[in-house]
Each structure stands twice: as structure tokens, then as C-alpha cells.
Design a protein around this ligand. Structure first.
Ligand SMILES: [Zn+2]
Length: 401
């Protein structure tokens, strides 16, 4: 495994500046390409699985977090309020309260449930500067979040479906989590005290995990409920949580959420919180460490390198790059001015597809395909080669060909 901080800088993926501040990295174009590919994937998967996307502001009034319980139970991790006139506004420590209010903004019937609201949104954590570095402990987080508002009867099935989306995402990303953890409350005072809440939600999560191997760990729950954490390990073996699924019986009551049942009476929905890839910062950090920069083709900053043998083939190579762009592929020209073919192939060693163009290829309208793993394929018509690459990347396959 690699150190994502070192590699992230070497590969021009991200960096930081003391003037912006510790824990506030910025994404360079190649890193932004990886992140955007990941975000596109998440939104695509969510759309296909019945989620509706929303946008909500990255801050809210202090009262909002007093109601959600963050103010009492999570304040140490929050930024101090900003005063605007008579109001106090806080950078949000999570997206849940906003989504609860979006749910509450319209009358809801049992026919609307499950209502799956998703957002890739910003949230903020006042980490101490001593623990900052790279993308894993940051002060501004972009979270792939969703809240499923459903009946108590639907909650286990919804949480289970979320676990399946998580497993599929990890497979597409080429990562292997180290374990599933059922995170339960501990003895400290940070957990809300509501009779029966922890037992009920805990039982539901055990049911979700019925066919999954997991470890129950006390002291790792959210302050409002137990959760399933899917754990990854960094290059030093330190564990952190990537994806989560939570069943929350607390915030629906705090925000007085309701739906009208088939009996015409009002009922309380359950809130299932889930994140498929966690924060994009941590997900990309892990991808860098696992793949050493050789990302699956659909995530690669540059997917195709086109290498003309000499100046005579440069115009044809350029047209191949343009055709890649038209297909939505990220392609770069690596011309003879950059050195010998061997040197250029070495330089493009992390690029999944290297298309080599000599005079024979130009005459035939073909490219010779060389894969990152060293495999050489027969020369193919340009349309066929690019069509195949576009198919592999759009299906987010982990194999190269
Ligand atoms: Zn949430």
C-alpha cells in the first residue's frame, strides 16, 4: 500500500496551501477528474435505485442543531457559531437535519414511502490541526449521503438494499473492506437517552446483518443511534469507516416527522441514513493507497494516451484524441517531442490504455492497443478500439479489456 499524501502530490491529484489552511486541501485537475468520476458513479447508482437528489445549504441556524441533538452531543466537533445580526449560524456537522426538514416541508402519505433523498453535500468538522494531513482528516468534507424516510416495516429491507449498493460500489472501485462493524453505544454521556431506542434500532440492524459476518463494538455508535460501519484500513493498518448504514428512531421524533397511514392516522417514519462511498476525500485517499495511482479505467484521470511514433503520425493521433473526447473519454496526446516511444510508454504507465500510431496504423485507420498491465493487442480500427474502451469505462468494469 502507498501513502496517499505523498502519491497525491507526486501525481498532481491534490495539494494544500498554508494560506487556505490545514485540513483544507484543494483538488488539482487530475484529482478532480477522479473525484468527479466517483461522484458521477454515485449519482448514477442512486438514480437507478430510486433515490431523488436534493441540494441543501451548508449552514443552518444554531437552533436547528439544538433540535437535532448535535448541539448537546456533538458540539466539540462543530465550528463555533457565526453571528449575523440577531441570528447565530453554524457550518453544518451533518446533512441529516436539513434532510429531515426537507421531508417535513411537504405533507407525506404512506404512498410516498420509502422516500429516498440523496445529496453529495458539504459538511464541516473542527478537527485539531495536529491530526490533519492529506485527504483523510479534513475540516471540510464532501459527503455522499442519503436519508431514506420509511415505515418501521420497510427499514430493514431499505438498509439491506443500501448494503448491497455499498458492496457493488466497493467491487467497482476495486477495494476490499476489512470488516463490517455493528457500532453500538458505550458508557460515555454522548449518546441520547431514550428508553428502548437503542435496543429497537440495534435489533433491526442485527436483522439487516443476518447473512453478513460482523463484529459488534461498543462506543462507536452515532449519538442518535447504532450503525453498521464498513471499515477500511490504511497503509499502516489503521482502520477507518468508509461506508455506513444507520437506523435512526431519534431524529424523526425530534423533528416531529409524520406520514399519514392507510388508516388515515399520523405515524412516525424511520430514518435510514446511508453513505455508499462515505466522504469523497476519504474514498479517493483510499483509492490512491490501494491502487498506487493505477485506478480502475473508469476512475483514471487520463484514460487513454495516444502515442504517435513520429511527426508524420501526429495529425492522425490528434484526431484520435478528439474522437476520445467526443466519446467522453479523458485522453492525452504524448508526441515524439516527449522522447522515445519507450520513455513515453513508461511515462504513461498509470494510463490504462496506450494507443500507438505508426505509419501502418495511419494508412489502415487503426491503432495498436497496449494495456497498462503490459498486454499488447492486435491493431484495431479506431472506432472499434475506442468503442470498446468507452463500453468498459461506462460500465465501470475493473478489468482492462
Ligand atoms: Zn444522516
Amino acid at each position: 500500500m502507498y501513502d496517499h499524501r505523498k502519491l497525491g502530490r507526486e501525481l498532481d491529484l491534490f495539494d494544500g496551501d498554508p494560506l487556505i489552511g490545514a485540513g483544507l486541501p484543494f483538488w488539482l485537475p487530475d484529482g478532480a477528474a477522479v473525484r468527479m468520476a466517483l461522484e458521477d458513479y454515485v449519482r448514477d447508482v442512486e438514480r437507478r435505485n430510486g433515490y431523488r437528489h436534493v441540494y441543501s445549504p451548508i449552514m443552518g441556524k444554531r437552533e436547528l442543531y439544538e433540535i437535532s441533538g448535535h448541539w448537546d452531543h456533538y458540539r466539540d466537533d462543530m465550528y463555533p457559531p457565526m453571528s449575523i445580526g440577531e441570528e447565530q449560524v453554524v457550518l453544518r456537522p451533518s446533512l441529516c437535519p436539513h434532510h429531515a426538514l426537507i421531508y417535513r416541508s411537504r405533507g407525506r402519505s404512506y404512498r410516498d414511502l420509502p422516500l429516498r433523498l440523496a445529496e453529495l453535500g458539504g459538511m464541516y468538522r473542527s478537527e485539531l490541526s495536529g491530526v490533519l494531513g492529506g485527504l483523510t482528516r479534513v475540516r471540510a468534507i464532501q459527503l455522499n449521503d442519503a436519508h431514506i424516510f420509511c415505515t418501521a416495516d420497510q427499514a430493514v429491507e431499505e438498509a439491506r438494499a443500501a448494503l448491497e449498493l455499498i458492496a457493488a460500489a466497493h467491487a467497482a472501485m476495486g477495494i476490499r473492506p476489512v470488516r463490517h462493524r455493528l457500532s453500538l453505544p458505550g458508557s460515555s454521556g454522548k449518546y441520547v437517552a431514550v428508553p428502548g431506542l437503542w435496543e429497537r434500532a440495534g435489533e433491526m440492524l442485527r436483522e439487516v446483518l443476518h447473512d453478513v459476518e460482523y463484529e459488534a463494538v461498543e462506543g462507536e455508535a452515532a449519538f442518535y443511534g447504532p450503525k453498521i460501519d464498513i471499515q477500511i484500513a490504511d497503509n499502516l493498518g489503521r482502520e477507518s469507516t468508509l461506508s455506513t448504514v444507520q437506523i435512526d428512531l431519534y431524529q424523526p421524533a425530534r423533528f416531529d416527522l409524520e406520514y399519514t397511514g392507510p388508516d388515515g392516522a399520523r405515524h412516525r417514519p424511520v430514518m435510514v441514513h446511508r453513505s455508499i462511498v462515505g466522504s469523497v476525500e476519504r474514498a479517493v485517499a483510499h483509492l490512491i493507497e490501494v491502487h498506487g495511482g493505477a485506478f480502475p479505467a473508469w476512475l483514471a484521470p487520463v484514460q487513454v494516451a495516444v502515442l504517435p511514433l513520429g511527426e508524420d503520425e501526429a495529425a492522425f493521433a490528434d484526431s484520435v484524441v478528439s474522437r476520445c473526447a467526443a466519446l467522453g473519454l479523458r485522453a492525452e496526446l504524448s508526441g515524439p517531442e516527449k522522447g522515445s516511444l519507450g520513455a513515453r510508454i513508461r511515462e504513461a504507465r498509470l494510463v490504462p490504455y496506450q494507443l500507438i500510431v505508426g505509419s501502418r496504423e495511419v494508412a489502415a485507420g487503426e491503432v495498436s492497443v497496449r494495456l497498462r498491465d503490459g498486454r499488447k493487442l492486435a491493431a484495431l480500427p479506431v472506432a472499434e478500439a475506442l468503442g470498446r474502451i468507452a463500453e468498459i469505462t461506462s460500465r465501470r468494469e475493473t478489468g482492462l479489456w
